[in-house]
Ligand binder design. Sequence first.
Ligand code: AHR
Length: 491
Amino acid sequence: MKAKLKVSEGFELAKIDNRIYSSFVEHMGRCVYGGIYEPGNPLSNESGYREDVIEAINELSVPMIRYPGGNFVSGYKWEDGVGPKEDRPRRVDLHWRTVESNQFGTDEFMDWIKEVDAETMMAVNLGTRGIQEACDLLEYCNLDSNSYWAQKRREYGNDSAYKIKTWCLGNEMDGPWQTGHKTAYEYARLANETANAMRLLDPSIELVACGSSNESMPTFGEWEETVLKECYDNVDYISMHQYFDAPKKGTLHHLAKSVRMDKFIDSVVAICDSIKAMKRSDKTMMISFDEWNAWYHSNEHDAAVTPWQEAPDILEDQYTFEDGLLVGLALITLLKHADRVKIACMAQLVNVIAPIFTNETGLFKQTIFYPYAHASNYGRGTVLQSIIESPEYEVEEFGKVPYLESVVIDNDDEHLTIFAVNRSLDQSLELSLDFVGYEAYQLDAHIEYSSTDPLVKNSFTSSIEPIEVEVNPEAKQLDIKPLSWNVIRLK
Ligand code: AHR
């Protein structure tokens, strides 16, 4: 099969906000305890942080990490997690029906995150709590004032304020599963008033209002409209979440699910812009796609887990190769919307639906690790507008889907990077590059991640890893293997 990729110098879609490669650490399962934090383990440093995990996260070059939830945040009393560890209460987490020891909290997270050189995206509890507690946390984190919570932070050993820029106004408040679930209007009012108060404390912050938990929520659309009518002037982003479900209709159907993500983004952008028009506003609402991934492998196991355990092994999806390709396709989709998607967080980072999986003696990198690492490391710069000519296949729900999915990035450092996925199960694509204005550029590198078995998984004992393919610098055509994720670099 033949495919063509066309770009033209100067035709740019958008500068990429690096926070599109962000991640998420929630207090649930073994993400924090047994994931990033495991005091006493020989692999941990004196603060209890797993050094092998830090090293693997650093390979992902994660720019920002959302914390502390997720569904967890909607029942969280952040004050339980600060101060002397021996005084911290053990609490039940109503959503995950577990016990939280509070041995890791805000100060530990802010200390740990320095090790991975990322910024924090902090979420406040708008489920069981409200304006006052959100402001107290903001004061604790961001203020240099001589006031109660800022003083408490100093008393607990942190003189300098953390100056966290990005804050989420609750989590998935449209979901009936959320502790303190609200109607759109109830949430809209609370979010707007919380935003007002938080901005009075610290006008430099950016705020994310909750959008829909997924595109099939019965309130989708109306929720965004109600929330934005109320909060438009006070928030900077509306959130989107999406998890890809089990591949019940085969690999070709599974790999088409990025089309669902694409349509979901288009729909949310349309709603944002209609509110902008109604308000005669000059401000453009941006998107924080702050949870996305595949999530389905662990469902059966998790339904039978005994409640009120500490850090149980829940949501421990073991990803297949086709999930890895779907993650690559999702990253391409997010990049193709880089004009509106400024933040995106792969959910989550360690053990819980995660690219990194640990046990007491080590870790392995799941299939989804590699496209994420490649996109984050090579996908900085400006997305170019591109035209893709590709043969297509037809599949239920999505109609015609191109075999080739791709995005081209000008790295703004004399390099161009192409990310490309071939969805075909058995046929290579002969890809021609028609790059007007880039005639002097030559092929520099080609990293290929491919497998003939879409269902193969990585584990502690065996892993499929990407390979470097030898390139002919003069070539204007490349072979894109069936079922493959590719990073093609020109300079
Ligand atoms: O990431 C797992 C869960 O998925 C999060 O806690 C919640 O926000 C979403 O439903």
